[in-house]
Each structure stands twice: as structure tokens, then as C-alpha cells.
Design a protein around this ligand. Structure first.
Ligand SMILES: Nc1ncnc2c1ncn2[C@@H]1O[C@H](COP(=O)(O)OP(=O)(O)OP(=O)(O)O)[C@@H](O)[C@H]1O
Length: 351
């Protein structure tokens, strides 16, 4: 896409380019496998998040915490039981049938699946793979399509000749670029990238992250990067949201979350990622549950804090899950009864 096209794309959405978040998720709960007479287990519970145009939101959490489910809910692939999702001011919660197909065909939201090695069809050429979202429904003419494919390849730093190759003749990093080109060819407003670098070596990882950084700037995209690895979000994400067992335990500006985490789980993540800059040199050992730990945390009740069984600071009040509360302004929230004082306890323990 030429700079002028990018400007035109951003200018077409003045409301979101200003202050309104492009993606707004409010009180989102998702539960799989609802059966009559049985309450389904929530894999996401009351999650609220925003991402603005031109911003990178990093979503971090260990395996099974609900990161992929969050992205899938935005594109209508996960069963939302409560809450709302709006994209560019339009409600997309629980869309089905024709409205959902139309939204997908419009290409305004792109979901980049995990593991591009598997998601690229080995029999198609790169040109066909990248151009496919345009054939499926944006009404782009064949002649224009070739130009858009070239443009998308150029955007991700691949020469036009790559259009003739098949995925089998590409390196891992090149495949990930092809996935990215396919994701931006429709000129989306929102890009959800699920573990975009986890299959790559360190050098390709950096290239792809830099590319995402460039794309959000040049295209005015809101980008959500899902990762289980904090170090790949540090330095690129503007904001970071931390999920633990389907709950949003903390979110805020990346710098603040990384340098002075408010939730003990976030502190454990930062303490375990040596490359992430830390204000407080907390070690993972300082965040291990203490002995003896409160008996009830061995088998916490369903409505207890989700982190209680691993938290060294769990007390009686943690039998009730804390609500997410603003901290120093609406941009930062934390769901922890101990947010204000766990550090003091840590210091005392460390002495
Ligand atoms: N289609 C489904 N049916 C039932 N349960 C599901 C389904 N998809 C995911 N889950 C469950 O939802 C929870 C969250 O899964 P999800 O894939 O969102 O986690 P994740 O944080 O992305 O994990 P990972 O980092 O391993 O990809 C898990 O316990 C998972 O088993």
C-alpha cells in the first residue's frame, strides 16, 4: 500500500483515529460446551479491554489462559455468553449467519492464526494465498487484485517474484511474512496476531515484530498480539493485558506493567523473563507460595481469586475473587486484593 493509500485509509475513519478505541471489549465471558441443565465452565470471565487505532496491545498469559479464545470471540468463532465487542464503533458480539459472513468478507478484521506453516495451503502460490481474502468477497477486480498482492508483499518486505513460489520453498520467517501480507491485503482496521513469532528463531522473530510495528504505524492499524512470551511483547506493545485462567488480572501501559507490576502473577512473569527490564529485582523464588499456606487455597472455592493457589500473599479475603479496579487512572487496572501491599510483604520476606 502506498503512503497515500495508507493516509486515505486512516482518514476514512476519523472517529477512531482520534480517541475512541477501535476495539472495545466489555465484560466478555465465553463458555464452551453449554448443555441443558449444566452450567458450562467459563474460559473467559468478565474481560474488558480496549485497543486504539495505531496501537499494539499485547495479550500475555500461560497456556490455557484464554488468549486464543479472546481473539476468536472477536471474529465470531467462540461462544460469547456475556459482554460486548465493538470494532470501529460497530457491534460484532455474537454475530451469526449473513452479518458474520459479511464482516469476514469485508476483511476489516483479520485474524492471523497460530502456526503459519500449517495454515498456508502447500499447493497454492504465494500470490494466490495472499490474494485469497480479496477473491472471497471484497469485490476486488482481478486486475486490481494482482496490484494489491504486489503492494502487500512489498509492505512485508518480500520481492514481487515471491508471488510465484509455493510455501514449500519459503523459510519460516518468509512464511510468516506471507501470512502477514495475506492479513493486510484487505486493508484491515484490526489485526489479531496469534503467537506470530513463537515458531521463529530469534532473528526472524525480531524482523516480524519490527514489521508489525511498522505496519500499525503506516496503516493506522490496531494490532493485538497474543503471546505466552513476555519478552516478545516488551519493546513493541504499547499496552499489555495479562490473562490468568480466563481472568484479566492486570492491564496497562506496557512500560508500567513490565517495570512495576501490580499483580503477583505479572510480577512472577517479569521475574521469570530476564530480558525484561525490571525496576524491582524480584526473583521467582520470592513469589513462591509460602508454607504453611492457607488450607483453603489447596482446593479453592469456585468464586475465589484464580491465582490464590499459587499466590504467596493469599489471605481470607481472597476467597472472593477481586474485581478489576482502576489504579492511578482508567488506563491501568488490576484484580488483586493485595495490589497495594504485596510489595511491602515481599521486601520484609526478602530481608
Ligand atoms: N473449542 C473448544 N471447546 C472446549 N474448550 C475449549 C475450546 N477451545 C479452547 N478451549 C479451552 O479453553 C481454555 C482456553 O484455551 P485457549 O486456547 O484460549 O488458551 P490459550 O491461552 O490461547 O492457550 P495456548 O497458549 O496454549 O494457545 C482451555 O482450557 C481450552 O482447553
Amino acid at each position: 500500500m502506498s503512503p497515500s493509500t495508507a493516509t486515505a485509509t486512516a482518514a476514512a475513519h476519523p472517529a477512531t483515529a482520534a480517541t475512541e478505541p477501535l476495539l472495545r471489549i466489555s465484560g466478555l465471558s465465553v463458555a464452551y460446551g453449554r448443555r441443558p441443565g449444566r452450567a458450562a465452565e467459563r474460559v473467559l470471565d468478565d474481560v474488558s479491554l480496549d485497543a486504539r487505532a495505531g496501537e499494539i496491545l499485547g495479550v500475555i498469559g500461560e497456556t490455557g489462559s484464554g488468549k486464543t479464545t479472546l481473539a476468536r470471540a472477536v471474529v465470531g468463532l467462540a461462544p460469547v455468553v456475556e459482554g460486548r465487542i465493538t470494532v470501529d464503533g460497530e457491534e460484532v458480539t455474537g454475530l451469526r449467519g449473513r452479518p458474520l459472513r459479511e464482516l469476514r468478507r469485508s476483511g476489516r478484521i483479520q485474524y492471523m492464526f497460530q502456526d503459519p506453516l500449517r495454515s498456508l495451503d502447500p499447493d497454492l502460490t504465494v500470490g494466490e494465498i495472499v490474494g485469497e481474502p480479496l477473491t472471497v468477497g471484497t469485490g476486488t477486480e482481478r486486475g486490481e487484485r494482482a496490484g494489491r498482492v504486489r503492494e502487500a508483499l512489498e509492505l512485508v518486505g518480500l520481492p514481487a517474484e515471491f508471488a510465484e513460489r509455493t510455501p514449500g520453498r519459503l523459510s519460516g520467517g518468509q512464511r510468516q511474512r506471507v501470512s502477514l501480507a495475506r492479513s493486510v491485503v484487505t486493508r484491515p482496521r484490526l489485526l489479531l496476531a496469534d503467537e506470530p513469532v513463537s515458531a521463529l528463531d530469534a532473528s526472524n522473530r525480531n524482523h516480524v515484530l519490527l514489521l508489525l510495528d511498522e505496519l500499525r504505524r503506516s496503516l493506522g492499524l490496531a494490532v493485538v498480539i497474543i503471546s505466552h512470551d513476555l519478552s516478545s511483547l516488551a519493546g513493541i506493545a504499547d499496552r499489555i493485558a495479562v490473562l490468568y485462567r480466563g481472568r484479566l488480572v492486570e492491564q496497562g501501559p506496557a512500560e508500567d506493567v513490565l517495570t512495576s507490576p501490580l499483580h503477583p502473577y505479572t510480577a512472577l512473569l517479569t521475574a521469570s523473563a530476564p530480558s525484561v527490564r525490571r525496576e524491582h529485582r524480584i526473583t521467582p523464588a520470592q513469589l513462591r507460595p509460602r508454607d504453611p499456606r492457607p488450607e483453603w487455597t489447596l482446593q479453592p472455592p469456585a468464586d475465589a481469586c484464580v491465582f490464590a493457589h499459587r499466590c504467596p500473599f493469599a489471605g481470607e479475603d481472597c476467597r472472593q475473587a477481586p474485581a478489576a479496579a482502576a489504579h492511578g487512572g482508567p488506563a491501568r487496572t488490576v484484580a488483586c486484593h493485595r495490589a497495594a501491599d504485596w510489595r511491602e510483604r515481599l521486601t520484609a520476606d526478602a530481608l
